[in-house]
Design a protein around this ligand. Structure first.
Ligand SMILES: Nc1ncnc2c1ncn2[C@@H]1O[C@H](COP(=O)(O)OP(=O)(O)O)[C@@H](O)[C@H]1O
Ligand SMILES: [Mg+2]
Length: 380
């Protein structure tokens, strides 16, 4: 298990800044996911961590040692890529043996004909390590196949196996599931989580898929435009985003954003209606509320109204898309099938906001403190 510390990592390609001073402290044994839109610098940061790329400035530390100038092969990290990078002409067993041979056999011992004679017992030892890893990953029956004879999920497992045999101090994974079909991707999320628990090793995982990040990670680092915006648990980045961009990137369906106004006394109104929240900031704000925190209500209790434009029926939940009667905004409500069936097409839909889950963002897009207004406090 390794503690990895990135300090103030900056990178420019030519004159284009790609990373603007990223600092991140990855705890031993944690499953940390770097998530952000395509092109925000995730792979570059991971490549700097692995040593494949040099930072323009800043340092990489592994277990207290500055490895910024250390060759990738000496950092004892395992990298798993989206393209599995397996050798097509070698069997699964030979693919998994290769990194061990590179590490444990000298040049003579690696020669095709003489090598096996020189290093018989060493090779047996390495093959035992491959068998043990194959057992763990349940790919023992695939050892004699070639990559072309494997399914996507099996290839992914072999690529992991090849990374695992060396017992690295940390696994670095760059979008390892993005070549798999949707069902297999969901299944592999569970497998990777289980594998992380079993190996008890630091995982640094890169994805652009926020759902993948939310389901697997002990902590998530949200990146955008070469900056780290927030680092926290899934619950923290989902429920307490520190920034409007994080709120909009994390969660599906996307968080609802409505225009709000905070009066001189700190009272928040949305479309001129009080929502039961007091703020410290003043003036115009963006008000975020997730689909599960909007509810159907009576016209008297409603903060705003609208009409249905579209519904997504997922069986257990129904996402009802509503055009707000101001003619400009749209929101999504998560309803139970029973609630959704009470709405007839063309009906006016009256909507309440749960004040306990209202997120307020100031004009700089930073989240501003919002508390329940007196009138909405639950009596003790
Ligand atoms: N070797 C390179 N030379 C020039 N530009 C690069 C290089 N590698 C990446 N970039 C650019 O850096 C930005 C970030 O890339 P990358 O780290 O791959 O993003 P992500 O993995 O988040 O999609 C992109 O705009 C990409 O075009
Ligand atoms: Mg990438």
């Amino acid at each position: 298990m390794a503690r990895i510390i990135l300090r103030d990592i900056a990178k420019t390609f030519g004159t284009t800044p790609i990373l603007n001073g990223v600092s991140l402290d990855i705890e031993p044994g944690e499953f940390l996911t770097l998530v952000g839109p395509s092109g925000c610098g995730k792979s570059t940061l991971l490549r700097i961590l692995s040593g494949l790329e040099e930072p323009t400035s800043g340092t990489v530390e592994i277990d207290g040692k500055d490895v910024t100038k250390t060759r990738p092969s000496l950092r004892n990290l395992a990298m798993v890529f989206q393209s599995y990078a397996l050798y097509p002409h070698l069997t699964v067993a030979e693919n998994m043996l290769t990194p061990l041979k590179m590490r444990d056999l000298d040049r003579m011992e690696r020669l095709p004909l003489v090598g096996p004679l020189l290093s018989r017992s060493k090779r047996r030892d390495l093959m035992d390590q491959v068998s043990a890893t194959a057992n763990t990953l349940r790919i023992s029956d695939l050892l004699s196949r070639k990559p072309g004879q494997l399914s996507g999920g099996q290839r992914q497992r072999v690529a992991l196996g090849r990374a695992m045999v060396r017992r690295p101090v940390a696994f670095l994974m760059d979008e390892p599931l993005s070549n798999l079909d949707a069902a297999l991707r969901v299944h592999m999320r569970a497998e990777l989580s289980a594998l992380h628990k079993m190996l008890n090793t630091t995982f640094v995982y890169v994805t652009h898929d926020q759902a993948e990040a939310l389901t697997m990670s002990s902590r998530i680092a949200v990146m955008m435009g070469g900056d780290l915006l927030q680092v926290g648990t899934s619950d923290q980045v989902y429920s307490q985003p520190t920034n409007l961009k994080v709120a909009e990137f994390i969660g599906s369906p996307k968080i609802n954003i409505l225009p709000g106004e905070v009066g001189k006394t700190g009272t928040l109104t949305v479309f001129g209606q009080e929502v039961g929240v007091s703020c410290v900031t003043h003036g115009p704000v963006s008000v975020g509320i997730r689909s599960e925190h909007l509810a159907l209500t009576s016209p008297q209790q409603a903060v705003f109204s609208g009409t249905e434009t579209y519904r997504e029926n997922l069986g257990s939940d129904v996402f009802v898309h509503v055009a707000v009667s101001d003619g400009q905004h749209r929101v999504v409500l998560r309803l139970s099938p029973a609630q959704a069936s009470s709405i007839r097409s063309g009906d006016a839909i009256h909507i309440a906001m749960d004040p306990a889950h209202v997120l307020v963002f100031d004009k700089h897009e930073n989240r501003s403190s919002a508390t329940l207004a007196r009138s909405h406090e639950v009596p003790a």
